[in-house]
Write a protein that binds this ligand. Structure first.
Ligand code: HEC
Ligand code: HEC
Length: 389
């Protein structure tokens, strides 16, 4: 009996697929009228893109807490909202102004500028500094922002939309701005079966898009995958050279693993340390996490950023003080300052700041390795691109 149902189910779904492909059946995701309306404003595919994530094989075996993205219609709506400047006070700023796809969803200003050219206080965080945004932050206990003050993208989005130096809207103004655009009733209908936007649905859709951002095709990933396929049982990306990396990049990988990976895991999920002081200042101007918690142990500590795509996300640090990776490496080599909360991995046994004292070849190797973490496929992926005409 069960088998018959199964067969029936299979033939029905085959029918649906063939209907989609056969113009005689008149299957449209959007009717021609809907398509005409949308196409006045937006370049959207005829049906929402497939956002299924294909993990590089070396990550499929690990405890990579990963779930596939939500329904494509929700993500597509989130993409439109993410790029929509109507959601800002002066009509000139969207999330994407400070989170640009070509820059791994970061920006190139030391501190980002929001509405009316108002300068903020901190450097934009590249949303593609992690392999998968949802895997890095959903249910992992990892928090958002340089001072870890938000727990979810919904919470973070409300903060960005309302921040006077970012988009400077109240949430009811955001909802009105959305309901005033002619293209949203249809997109909300497709995503949520609702034609009127609400705060919860707007932030849910934005979160769906941000969670879907994934960066998994860097040179590093491809060479790690090749290494994994050579020997899936004893795969160890820590101790072995990868054939696909140059000798210099492999040398940089070893230096990275010995000096940096205890805080920044480049590969798997999110950084291994939530927040730390890396000795930028003896007297930090910005209290960082301490400004939120008021704990002495948190003063002057900041989120440990993940380093995927770090070659694309200059300038660096919470205040964008370093223009180049050379300056960053020089900081760790000779420039770490004493601080009460300086992380122990950056101290000598007597408590003084460590000097890693890299020589020129070490520095170049480390930087070459960091550049192998850039994923140019992600920066050109049309599914994440600006949909506005
Ligand atoms: C004016 C520039 C600007 C705009 C507009 C902006 N952001 Fe940001 N974003 C930043 C900056 C700067 C930070 C880091 C701020 C901090 O830590 O205090 C940040 C942090 C974030 C983070 C935290 C990332 C992490 O790994 O901790 C997320 C997620 C994010 N933004 C998404 C968005 C979304 C979604 C929007 C639109 C609703 C948006 N941003 C609008 C500049 C901006
Ligand atoms: C003790 C933990 C720790 C270690 C070890 C460490 N870092 Fe960091 N790193 C941090 C923290 C914390 C920040 C953010 C600091 C800030 O902005 O105030 C940071 C920031 C960075 C940034 C800036 C990223 C961005 O998006 O702005 C780079 C690049 C970086 N580190 C590279 C390295 C390299 C290379 C090494 C090894 C030579 C290293 N780090 C070792 C904790 C660490």
């Amino acid at each position: 009996m069960k088998r018959i149902y199964l067969l029936a189910a299979i033939s029905c779904s085959l029918l649906v697929i063939s209907c989609k492909n056969n113009p005689d059946f008149n299957y449209y995701y959007y009717t021609p009228e809907e398509q005409a309306l949308l196409s006045q404003y937006l370049n959207l595919p005829a049906i929402p893109a497939d956002y299924t994530v294909v993990l590089p094989k070396y990550l499929t075996f690990s405890s990579f807490g990963f779930s596939q993205p939500p329904e494509p219609a929700k993500i597509e709506l989130g993409r439109v909202l993410f790029y929509d400047k109507n959601l800002s006070k002066d009509g000139k700023i969207s999330c994407a102004s400070c989170h640009q796809q070509s820059l791994a969803f970061g920006d190139n200003a030391a501190v980002s500028k929001g509405v009316f050219d108002r300068a903020g206080e901190r450097n934009s965080i590249a949303l593609s500094s992690v392999p998968s945004f949802s895997a890095a932050y959903e249910n992992t206990g990892n928090s958002l922002f340089w001072d870890n003050r938000a727990q979810t993208v919904q919470e973070q989005s409300r903060a960005s939309l309302q921040n006077v130096k970012e988009m400077d809207m109240s949430m009811s103004e955001v909802v009105d701005a959305v309901n005033n655009q002619p293209y949203y009733a249809l997109l909300f209908k497709k995503a949520f079966n609702e034609t009127v936007a609400s705060e919860a649905l707007v932030t849910d859709a934005i979160q769906s898009f941000v969670h879907t951002l994934s960066s998994l095709r860097s040179k590093f990933d491809e060479t790690a995958e090749a290494k994994f396929l050579e020997n899936t049982v004893n795969f160890n990306f820590i101790s072995e050279n990868f054939a696909g990396l140059t000798a210099q990049e492999n040398k940089g990988k070893t230096l990275y693993l010995n000096n940096c990976a205890s805080c920044h895991t480049a590969t798997v999920i999110a950084p291994s340390v939530q927040s730390a002081s890396n000795g930028l200042d003896e007297y930090p101007a910005d209290p960082g996490v301490g400004g939120i918690t008021n704990f002495a142990l948190d003063m002057g500590t900041f989120k440990v950023p993940a380093l995927r795509n770090v070659g694309l996300t200059a300038p660096y640090m919470h205040d964008g003080r370093f223009q180049t990776l050379e300056q960053v490496v020089e900081h760790y080599s000779t420039g770490i300052k004493p601080h009460n909360n300086l992380h122990k991995d950056l101290q000598n046994t007597n408590g003084t700041p460590k000097k890693m004292n890299f020589n020129t070849q070490d520095k170049e190797a480390l930087i070459a390795f960091l550049r192998s973490l850039s994923d140019e496929k992600m920066t050109q992926d049309k599914r994440f691109a600006n949909p506005f005409k």
